[in-house]
Ligand binder design. Structure first.
Ligand code: GAL
Length: 374
C-alpha cells in the first residue's frame, strides 16, 4: 500500500501507524522518540484560535487523533480568540519540547517574537489555514485557495442575479471577515473582483453605502472575531437606518457561515422569510446550523472546505518533516508574508447548495443527516 494510501488510512481510521513511529522512534517507546537522520522527532504542538467556531474544533481534534494514532506526542490548545493566550500556549508547547508547531493564527501579525523562540529550538512551523506574517520563521502554509473561496461567492451571486445579462438594480449588503485574519482580505478580494464592476455599473446598489472602493479597504466592513452577534447587530443597524418603506435587501455577501447565521437572524426579526423575495445569502464552512438554514431556504449557499483534507495534508507534511524528506507544496508564489514567500499547499474549496447537501456533505460523512435535520 502506497505511503499516501497508508496516510489516508491513518487519517481516516487511525489503523496502520507504523510510518511516523518507524521514522522517528527506534526505541519503540510511545510518542516521539529520537529523530531519524535529517528528520525530527514527532512531537507536535497544535494551536487553534477558538472553540467558539465549529470548524476549529473539528480541525484540531481530527489532526490530534491522526497524530496520536501515528504514535506522535501531541499537544492541542485552543485560545478563545485571545492573542496573548495563543502566544503563551505556543511558548508552553516550545518549552514542552515540541519540534513541529501547527498554528492557526488568531492575528497573523503578532506571532513573530514567539516564532523566534521556536526557531531557537529548531522547531518547524506550519501555518494552518491562516498565514502568519512578518517573520522568516514560518516554514510551510497549508490552506484552501482563499481567493477562490471569495470568487465562488461572487460568481454565485452574479449567476443567481444574471448580472452578466444586465439585470438589476439589486440592493446588496457586503460584509467582510475579521480585520486581524489574513484570510479575510483574500475572501473579500475574490468576491469583490467579481461584484465591484457591477456596483460601478449601478446593477448592484449598496443602500448602506458600505461598499469599499477597492479591495484594500476591505477591513472597513470587517466583523471582528467573525462574531455572529456582531454581524447581527451590524445588519440590524443597516436595515433600520437605510431600508424604509418597501425597500428590500436583495443580496448579502457574507464571507462565512458564522456571520451568515447572525445576518439571517437579523433579517428574520425584520420580517424577512424564505420565499420569492428572500435575499440571496452566501457563506463558507458548511457549519451544521447553516446547512440547516440552506435546507430551510434561509441561506443560499456555502463554500465547503473539507477540513478533513486539510488535516490529511498537514499530516503528510509532518510525515515528511519527521522523515527528513522534502515537503510537497503546490504554490510558491501567492503567499508573501512580508518577509518571504511561504511555500504553500492550497486545497480546492467548492460550492454547496440545497441539492448538494446529501451527496457532498452527508454521504461523504462531513455532517450527519440528523445534525442538519435530514
Ligand atoms: C477563516 C477560515 C474560515 C472561517 C473563518 C472564521 O480564517 O478560513 O474557514 O472559519 O476563519 O473562523
Amino acid at each position: 500500500m502506497s505511503m499516501t494510501r497508508k496516510l489516508l488510512a491513518v487519517a481516516a481510521t487511525g489503523a496502520v501507524l507504523l510510518s511516523l513511529a518507524a521514522c522517528s522512534s527506534d526505541s519503540g517507546s510511545t510518542g516521539g522518540g529520537d529523530a531519524a537522520e535529517g528528520g525530527t522527532e514527532c512531537n507536535v504542538g497544535i494551536s487553534m484560535p477558538t472553540r467558539s467556531l465549529e470548524r476549529w474544533i473539528n480541525d484540531g481534534e481530527q489532526l490530534q487523533k491522526a497524530l496520536k494514532d501515528a504514535d506522535c506526542t501531541v499537544d492541542l490548545q485552543y485560545a478563545d480568540n485571545k492573542t496573548d493566550q495563543q502566544i503563551s500556549q505556543i511558548q508552553n508547547q516550545i518549552a514542552g519540547g515540541a519540534k513541529i508547531l501547527v498554528i492557526a493564527a488568531i492575528d497573523g501579525e503578532v506571532l513573530a517574537p514567539v516564532l523566534e523562540e521556536a526557531k531557537k529550538q529548531d522547531a518547524t512551523v506550519i501555518a494552518y489555514d491562516r498565514l502568519i506574517n512578518g517573520t522568516e520563521n514560518v516554514d510551510y502554509y497549508a490552506t484552501f485557495d482563499n481567493y477562490k473561496v471569495g470568487q465562488l461567492q461572487g460568481e454565485f451571486i452574479a449567476d443567481q442575479l444574471d448580472l452578466a445579462g444586465g439585470a438589476g438594480p439589486f440592493n446588496l449588503e457586503p460584509f467582510a471577515g475579521s480585520p486581524d485574519d489574513n484570510n479575510a482580505k483574500f475572501f473579500f478580494s475574490g468576491a469583490w473582483d467579481v461584484l465591484l464592476p457591477y456596483v460601478e455599473k449601478g446593477q448592484l446598489v449598496v443602500p448602506s453605502g458600505k461598499a469599499p472602493k477597492s479591495n484594500d479597504e476591505w477591513a472597513s466592513i470587517g466583523i471582528q472575531g467573525w462574531a455572529s452577534d456582531k454581524a447581527q447587530s451590524e445588519m440590524d443597524n443597516r436595515l433600520s437606518s437605510f431600508y424604509s418603506g418597501d425597500q428590500k435587501v436583495d443580496v448579502v455577501l457574507s464571507p462565512n457561515d458564522s456571520l451568515a447565521i447572525g445576518i439571517i437572524a437579523s433579517l428574520r426579526s425584520a420580517g424577512y422569510a424564505p420565499g420569492e423575495d428572500y435575499p440571496i445569502i452566501s457563506g463558507q464552512d458548511a457549519d451544521k446550523a447553516n446547512v440547516k438554514a440552506i435546507l430551510d431556504g434561509e441561506q443560499s449557499m456555502t463554500v465547503w472546505k473539507d477540513t478533513r483534507t486539510l488535516g490529511e495534508r498537514v499530516f503528510t507534511m509532518i510525515e515528511s518533516i519527521v522523515a527528513g524528506e522534502e515537503v510537497e507544496v503546490n504554490d510558491e508564489e501567492t503567499y508573501d508574508n512580508g518577509e518571504k514567500v511561504v511555500p504553500s499547499f492550497l486545497l480546492d474549496p467548492e460550492v454547496v447548495v440545497k441539492d448538494d447537501v446529501q451527496s457532498k456533505l452527508v454521504d461523504s460523512g462531513f455532517v450527519k443527516a440528523g445534525d442538519v435535520g435530514l
